[in-house]
Every structure is written in structure tokens, then in C-alpha cells.
Write a protein that binds this ligand. Structure first.
Ligand code: NAD
Length: 456
């Protein structure tokens, strides 16, 4: 295996950066650094830790545009989206910078005395992230982990390590002590695996595919590591006939083609009530025609390339199954891993396009009749990450959202993720919650201390 890991820019196929490819030995070194830094970091006063988090927010803001440009080039995402994503990473640190100074437990009456609970950091936490939202997802994990007093070893996806490596430099610039934030760049099969199996790592927070998530849960079992898993999805976007159909159609491309469809929350199954199918499709076609696929650094671009040649090939294979293409947008010719946004309709609910996570700019439209069928189709999947319901009937919106087996639902919206609300999956979309007030649960242990106050 080569010692150098070359990072390719998906829009040009040129080499963007080169890194030394780490292996198991480098993981051991990073865990040793994180272990050494842990006692002082967890003992730091809450006020000082909060102040350091705020200082990092400031440094990230100072480098917002630099990070956005780097992310746009490395992951092939439109610069406007990259700015938004880096902004969300910064907001995540801002939100969790308040956490060190919040209450950390309860006081519970207990026979003969009093018990109190305290939240303790887990220790050294391993973070393994995917290539689709590289720094943003790393921030979702790092901010609560660090706020709670853990030290971290981050393994970014080998296709998109640039912003994570830069982040580690910025953390030092912000005043974080050496060893608190560590980044190891290398393949999942060696670096990721060693992190999962390392006896000095107390927890793995993983975002990636369901297949690798299962391997990680199995690998972590031998050392009884805590594990949280944010995995794949096949989310449903249900459009009822009583909805504002025009609005649902205009919004649908954002729900499935943002990030070129490389989004765990992609609403890649659009379920449309039959009486409004034609109206919805004509609105969707007009909206898809507005998508500008091209150079990520061009301000007018709304969709970039796919991440790699291999991934493009895998996504394009869904167009070879004989499903009817209703319409598609346009995309540049090479170089670059381009694929035009494409809508399939009508799609057989049992087909590959309707059941597998495509992770690319292909949407399957499936007609349905009535609420019961919509719910049955929406839940007919191994996944349960996101989803939407479009209706003007408020009670129906809430009723259907509650019936959907999924962690993040929206009514009359395609949004899934906010810094202040919990995010995570049902079923094979994983377990554990990121963001919002629940995120700290994933990075802390509850300790009970009983104090006897009465004579025995
Ligand atoms: P992936 O599972 O191939 O890789 C994710 C990370 O795991 C990478 O850093 C990779 O190097 C590492 N890895 C691979 N094999 C490993 C092993 N055996 N042990 C330890 N680490 C290993 O996923 P990907 O292709 O980078 O990302 C796409 C997937 O991520 C999609 O399925 C998508 O739905 C999912 N995703 C989920 C969320 C969520 O929040 N639920 C968010 C984004 C992406």
C-alpha cells in the first residue's frame, strides 16, 4: 500500500492534496496522545472549557470562507452549500459551548441519606465520519464530546480529510491543549478498524453506511465500547392530494437532490396521492429544470459532481434496471464525476430504486391511494431516518408523522437537521442521537454517588 494518500477533486479529477497515509501504529499514537491529554482536559474548570469552546467558534468564524472553499473543492459541493454547512459546524460549537456550565445531574432522596448523579466523560472517544458532509458531521460529534470533557481521535473518510485536518490546526490556534483533538487520515479497513478495537478507546461515534455500522458494532463488542451509529436512509416524502401541491413540488428537489443526493436524509421515495400525480410531476419537472449542475466554486451552481468515479458508476447502475425515466436535468461532460438529476416514475415499490439507498441524484416517484397505503409504503423499508408529510390537514400531518417509523419527520417541509433538535435513526438507520439536548447522553456516563447522612 502506498504511503501517500492522494485526495481527488471530484469536479476536475485533479489531485487536490496529499497526506501521509496512517495505519494502525498512527492510531495507537493518537490514542496515546488523547489519553495523556485527558486528565487535564476533564479537570479543567467548566468556565475555562466553555471559554475555549467559544474561542474556537471565533477562530472558525475567522476561517469560515477558507473552510468552505476547501470543503467545496474536496467534496464537490456548491460553494453556497459549503458555506452553510461550515456555518452549521460553527453553530454546533456555539450551542455546545454552553454545555460545560449547565447542571450535570440530579439529587435523589435515598434511604438513610441522599444520592446524587453526575455526568462523567467517557474518556477517549473515537469518531469515524463519512465523506458527504465531512466537517459538519465531525463537528456534530466533536462539540458535545469535547464539551463533556472527553478527548477525541477523529478518523475522517479517506476521500475527504482536508477540512478535518485543517480543523485540528485551528483548534490548537484557538488554545486547545495538544492531544485533545487528534485526526488520523487513513482507510477504514486499517485505521478505522484499529480505532474500533483499541482497548484505550471508550466509545465510537460513527456516521456512515449501515453495512459498516454493523461491522463497527461487532468490532466494538469485544471491549464493550459504547457505540452510537448514524447510518443510511431511504426516506419517504408523502404528498397528499390536500397539500399545497405546487409548494411540495418546488420543495422536493431540495429534499432529494441537495448534495447531489449524497445525503442520508435524501427523500428518495416521493409518494404522491394519485389524483394530484400529474400536477405534482409537472411542478417537479419545472423545479428540476432550475437545477444548475456544474463547477462547485461558481456561485450560480446548485448541484456538484458525485464524490468519485466508482460511486458515480454505482449510482448510475440504478438507471439500468428498466424503471421509466420521467424526466431529467442536465450535467456537464467530463472531467468530473457528473450525473444529471433524474426522476423515475412510476416506480414499482419492490424495485431496487424504491428499496435501496441510492445516495445520488435519482428520485423514485411512487403513486398511492389513501393514507393507509401511504403509511404502509413509507414504512416498507429497513431504514428509518427522515421523511416528510405534505398536507393542509394539521391533524393528518401529525397523525401520519407519528405513524412513520423514522427518527426525523417534517410536516410541510423537507428539513431534517437543526443544531438544537435531536437527530438520529430508527431501525437500521442506527441508534443514538446527535445534536440538541440529547447529544450529551452519547458522550457521558451517569455516575450515582450515595452519601449516608443517618447513623446506621
Ligand atoms: P462508509 O460506511 O463507507 O464509511 C464511513 C466511514 O467509515 C469512513 O471514514 C470509512 O473510512 C470508515 N470505515 C469503513 N470501513 C470501516 C471499518 N471496517 N471499520 C471502521 N471504519 C470503517 O460510508 P460513506 O460511503 O463514507 O458514507 C455514506 C454513507 O453514510 C451512506 O450510507 C449515508 O446514508 C451514511 N450517512 C449517514 C448519516 C446519518 O447521520 N445517519 C449522515 C451522513 C451519511
Amino acid at each position: 500500500m502506498s504511503e501517500t494518500l492522494e485526495v481527488i477533486e471530484p469536479a476536475t479529477e485533479a489531485v487536490l492534496a496529499s497526506f501521509e497515509r496512517a495505519g494502525a501504529e498512527e492510531v495507537d499514537e493518537a490514542v496515546a496522545r488523547a489519553t495523556e491529554a485527558l486528565p487535564a482536559w476533564r479537570a479543567m474548570t467548566a468556565g475555562n472549557r466553555a471559554a475555549l469552546m467559544r474561542s474556537l467558534v471565533q477562530v472558525m468564524e475567522d476561517h469560515h470562507e477558507e473552510l468552505a472553499q476547501l470543503e467545496a473543492r474536496n467534496a464537490g459541493k456548491p460553494i453556497a452549500s459549503a458555506r452553510g454547512e461550515i456555518g452549521m459546524g460553527i453553530e454546533t460549537f456555539r450551542y455546545f459551548s454552553g454545555a460545560p456550565e449547565q447542571p450535570i445531574g440530579e439529587t435523589i432522596p435515598a434511604d438513610g441519606g441522599l444520592a446524587l448523579t453526575v455526568r462523567e466523560p467517557i474518556g477517549v472517544v473515537g469518531l469515524i465520519t463519512p465523506w458527504n458532509f465531512p466537517l459538519t458531521i465531525a463537528c456534530w460529534k466533536m462539540a458535545p464530546a469535547l464539551a463533556a470533557g472527553n478527548t477525541v481521535v477523529l478518523k475522517p473518510a479517506e476521500l475527504t480529510p482536508c477540512t478535518s485536518v485543517r480543523f485540528a490546526e485551528l483548534a490548537l490556534e484557538a488554545g486547545f491543549p495538544e492531544g485533545v483533538v487528534n485526526v488520523v487520515v487513513g482507510p477504514g479497513s486499517t485505521v478505522g478498524r484499529r480505532l474500533v478495537e483499541h482497548p484505550g478507546v471508550g466509545k465510537i461515534a460513527f456516521t456512515g453506511s449501515t453495512e459498516v455500522g454493523a461491522e463497527i458494532a461487532a468490532g466494538a463488542a469485544a471491549t464493550i465500547k459504547r457505540v452510537t451509529l448514524e447510518l443510511g436512509g431511504k426516506s419517504a416524502n408523502i404528498v397528499f392530494a390536500d397539500a399545497d401541491v405546487g409548494l411540495a413540488a418546488r420543495s422536493a428537489p431540495g429534499g432529494v437532490f441537495d448534495n447531489a443526493g449524497q445525503d442520508c436524509c435524501a427523500r428518495s421515495r416521493i409518494l404522491v396521492e394519485r389524483p394530484v400525480l400529474d400536477e405534482f410531476l409537472s411542478g417537479l419537472e419545472a423545479a428540476v429544470a432550475q437545477i444548475t449542475v456544474g463547477d462547485p466554486l461558481d456561485e450560480s451552481t446548485t448541484m456538484g459532481p458525485l464524490i468519485s468515479a466508482a460511486h458515480r458508476e454505482q449510482v448510475a447502475s440504478f438507471l439500468d434496471d428498466g424503471e421509466t425515466v420521467a424526466f431529467s436535468g442536465t450535467a456537464p461532460d467530463g472531467p468530473g464525476f457528473w450525473l444529471a438529476p433524474t426522476v423515475l416514475c412510476p416506480v414499482d415499490p419492490g424495485s431496487r430504486a424504491a428499496t435501496e439507498e441510492i445516495f445520488g441524484p435519482i428520485a423514485s416517484v411512487i403513486p398511492f391511494d389513501g393514507e393507509e397505503e401511504a403509511i404502509r409504503l413509507a414504512n416498507d423499508t429497513i431504514y428509518g431516518l427522515s421523511g416528510s408529510v405534505w398536507t393542509r390537514d394539521g391533524a393528518r400531518g401529525l397523525r401520519v408523522a407519528r405513524a412513520m417509523e423514522s427518527g426525523n419527520l417534517s410536516v410541510n417541509s423537507n428539513s431534517s437537521v437543526r443544531v438544537t433538535t435531536p437527530f438520529g435513526g430508527f431501525k437500521r438507520s442506527g441508534y443514538g442521537r446527535e445534536l440538541g439536548p440529547h447529544a450529551l447522553d452519547a458522550y457521558t456516563e451517569v455516575k450515582t454517588i450515595y452519601v449516608r447522612t443517618e447513623e446506621e
